[in-house]
Design a binder for this molecule. Structure first.
Ligand code: AHR
Length: 497
C-alpha cells in the first residue's frame, strides 16, 4: 500500500519543550534499590550509584525525572530520607506493601540526577500530609539559607539550594487505591491552598496539579473541571496518566491505543479551555502527561508477591516488539500534541515498567521500548511540524479509522536536521512511503534506521537482546521528497539534512 506525509516548514504545531522526554523514578520495587543504587555492585560509585546504569540513562537523554512517586509519595515523610544514612528509619511503604530503608533520599537522588544530566520533578505528599509539610520541603530544597529548614539542608551537606523547578501537588488523588484519596472538591481546595503557600516560599517554581489517573476513571472530566475551578490561577500544568496493554492479544486494537491517548489529551485540553473561558482567564493551562507507558505483563506476578520485602521485583514488565511499536505511536502522539503537552514522563526508568533493566550484581540491558524512546528523545528536538497524512485505514471497536501509517516530523534548526518518525501498523503489507517536506533544501540522508522483522512477542533479556534498531539504506532523496519502504510492523526514523 502507499502512504504519504506532507509538512510545510512554517506550519508548525509548536516548539518542543524538552521536558516532553522526561521519565520517572519511584521508590518502588527495584527502581531505586538494586536499580540506580546498588552499593555492593562493582560499578557502584563512592555513593553507591551504579555507573553502568547512569550511562544508559545518559543514552536516553532524559531532561527531567519525576521523583519520589507515584503512589509512594502519598505516604512518604521526606524527613526520613535526609541526614546521616545510618540514622534513617526503616518504614513501611503502604503503597506497595514493602519496607523502605530510606538509604536514598533527596540529597542522594539530586546528586544522581545532576550526574546523569537531568532535572528533578519533585512531588509533595498530599495524601497523608498537607500544606505545612509541602512548604517545609520546598524551603528545605530551594531556599538559599538563614532559616531552620534551609540551614538543615546545609548541615546535611548541600550548601547551595537544589532549586527544583517543577513540583507535583500529590499523585493520582482521584484513585481509591491512593493513601489519602480525596474527592475532587477536597483535593481541589487542598491543592489550591498548597500551591498558594508554595509559591509564597518560591515564586519561581512551576506546579502540576493532579488530573485523573486515567481516562477510564468514573470521575474523569468532572474531576478535571472541579480541580481546575479551584486551582486554575495557582498552578501551571494539569497531569494525565495512562497505561496500555494487550491482554486480549488483539494487535490491531493494541496498536490503535495511541488514538485513545490522543482523544484523552484533546478532551482534557477542552476542559482546561472551558474553565479558562468561565474564569475569563488570560492564562493557558498546559499539560503534564507525567505517567505513560505499557503496563500489564507483570500483573499476575505482582499479585502473588509476598509483602514487606525490601526492593522486591515489582512491576517488572518484559517488553516485546509490539510494545515497542506502541511506544513509538505514543511518542508520535505526544509530539502531535506538543502545543499543550509540555511535560511527559515515561513511567518508569529503571527496572519498574522500564526501558533499562539491571541484574543484581550483574549487567544492565535494554528492553525493546528503549529504542523508540531513545531515538525520539535524542532526535525529536526543536519544532514539531503539522502532519498532513494520507494513509489507508482499518477499524476497531473503539476507532472507525486507524491509519496504517502513524507519523510525524520534527525540525531542529540548530542542527539543520529534519527528522521523520513513522510506524507501519500493518501486519502484512509494506508501505511505499513518500515524504514531502515543503520549504526545505534537502541535501542528504544522515541516517535511516528501523526496528523491524521481529516476531511481535520477541523480547530482550539479560542474556540476549535481539530486538534492536538497525541501519538501513532504502531511502531515496529527490529534490523535494524522500521515498522509502516501511516494512510491515516497523518503527522507522529518517534523519535528513
Ligand atoms: O508507575 C506506577 C504507578 O502507577 C504509580 O505509582 C502510580 O502513580 C500509578 O498508578
Amino acid at each position: 500500500m502507499k502512504a504519504k506525509l506532507r509538512i510545510q516548514r512554517h506550519d508548525e504545531i509548536s516548539e518542543i519543550d524538552e521536558r516532553l522526554y522526561g521519565s520517572f523514578v519511584e521508590h518502588l520495587g527495584r527502581a531505586v534499590y538494586d536499580g540506580i543504587y546498588e552499593p555492593t555492585h562493582p560499578e557502584a560509585d563512592e555513593k553507591g550509584f551504579r555507573n553502568d546504569v547512569k550511562e544508559l540513562v545518559r543514552e536516553l537523554n532524559v531532561p527531567l525525572v519525576r521523583y519520589p512517586g507515584g503512589n509512594f509519595v502519598s505516604g512518604y515523610k521526606w524527613e526520613d530520607g535526609v541526614g546521616p544514612i545510618g540514622n534513617r528509619p526503616r518504614k513501611l511503604d503502604l503503597a506497595w506493601r514493602t519496607i523502605e530503608t530510606n538509604e536514598v533520599g533527596i540529597h542522594e537522588f539530586a546528586r544522581w540526577a545532576e550526574e546523569v544530566g537531568t532535572e528533578v520533578n519533585m512531588a509533595v505528599n498530599l495524601g497523608t500530609r498537607g500544606i505545612q509539610e509541602a512548604m517545609e520541603l520546598l524551603e528545605y530544597c530551594n531556599f538559599p539559607g538563614g532559616t531552620y529548614w534551609s540551614e538543615l539542608r546545609k548541615q546535611h551537606g548541600t550548601e547551595k539550594p537544589f532549586s527544583f523547578k517543577t513540583w507535583c501537588l500529590g499523585n493520582e488523588m482521584d484513585g481509591p487505591w491512593q493513601i489519602g484519596h480525596k474527592t475532587a472538591e477536597e483535593y481541589g481546595r487542598l491543592a489550591a491552598e498548597t500551591a498558594k503557600a508554595m509559591k509564597l516560599v518560591d515564586d519561581s517554581i512551576e506546579l502540576v496539579v493532579c488530573g485523573s489517573s486515567g481516562s477510564k476513571m468514573p470521575t474523569f472530566r468532572e474531576w478535571e473541571e472541579t480541580v481546575l475551578i479551584h486551582t486554575y490561577d495557582y498552578v501551571d500544568y494539569l497531569s494525565l496518566h495512562c497505561y496500555y496493554g494487550n491482554p486480549d492479544n488483539d494487535l490491531e486494537k493494541y496498536l490503535a491505543q495511541s488514538l485513545d491517548m490522543d482523544q484523552f489529551i484533546k478532551t482534557v485540553v477542552g476542559i482546561c479551555d472551558k474553565v479558562k473561558d468561565e474564569k475569563g482567564s488570560q492564562k493557558q493551562m498546559n499539560l503534564s502527561f507525567d505517567e505513560w507507558n505499557v503496563w500489564y505483563h507483570s500483573n499476575d506476578q505482582d499479585n502473588a508477591m509476598e509483602p514487606w520485602q525490601i526492593a522486591p521485583p515489582l512491576l517488572e514488565d518484559m517488553y516485546n516488539f509490539e510494545d515497542a511499536l506502541l511506544v513509538g505511536c505514543l511518542l508520535i502522539t505526544l509530539l502531535k500534541n506538543a502545543d499543550r503537552v509540555k511535560i511527559a514522563c515515561l513511567a518508569q526508568l529503571v527496572n519498574v515498567i522500564a526501558p533499562i533493566m539491571t541484574e543484581k550484581n550483574g549487567t544492565t540491558w535494554k528492553q525493546t521500548i528503549f529504542y523508540p524512546f531513545m531515538q525520539v528523545s535524542n532526535y525529536g528536538r526543536g519544532k514539531v511540524l503539522a502532519a498532513d497524512i494520507e494513509s489507508e485505514t482499518y477499524s476497531t471497536e473503539q476507532f472507525e479509522k486507524v491509519p496504517y501509517l502513524e507519523s510525524i516530523a520534527t525540525f531542529n534548526e540548530k542542527e539543520n536536521e529534519l527528522v521523520l518518525f513513522a510506524v507501519n501498523r500493518s501486519q502484512d503489507e509494506a508501505i511505499a512511503f513518500r515524504f514531502e517536506p515543503e520549504g526545505f533544501v534537502l541535501e542528504a540522508i544522515i541516517e535511516e534506521t528501523a526496528l523491524e522483522g521481529f516476531d511481535v512477542k520477541s523480547v530482550n533479556s539479560a542474556k540476549e537482546q535481539p530486538v534492536n534498531v538497525v541501519n538501513i539504506d532504502r531511502a531515496v532523496l529527490e529534490k523535494d521528497s524522500v521515498t522509502t519502504t516501511l516494512s510491515p510492523l516497523s518503527w522507522n526514523v529518517i534523519r535528513i539534512k
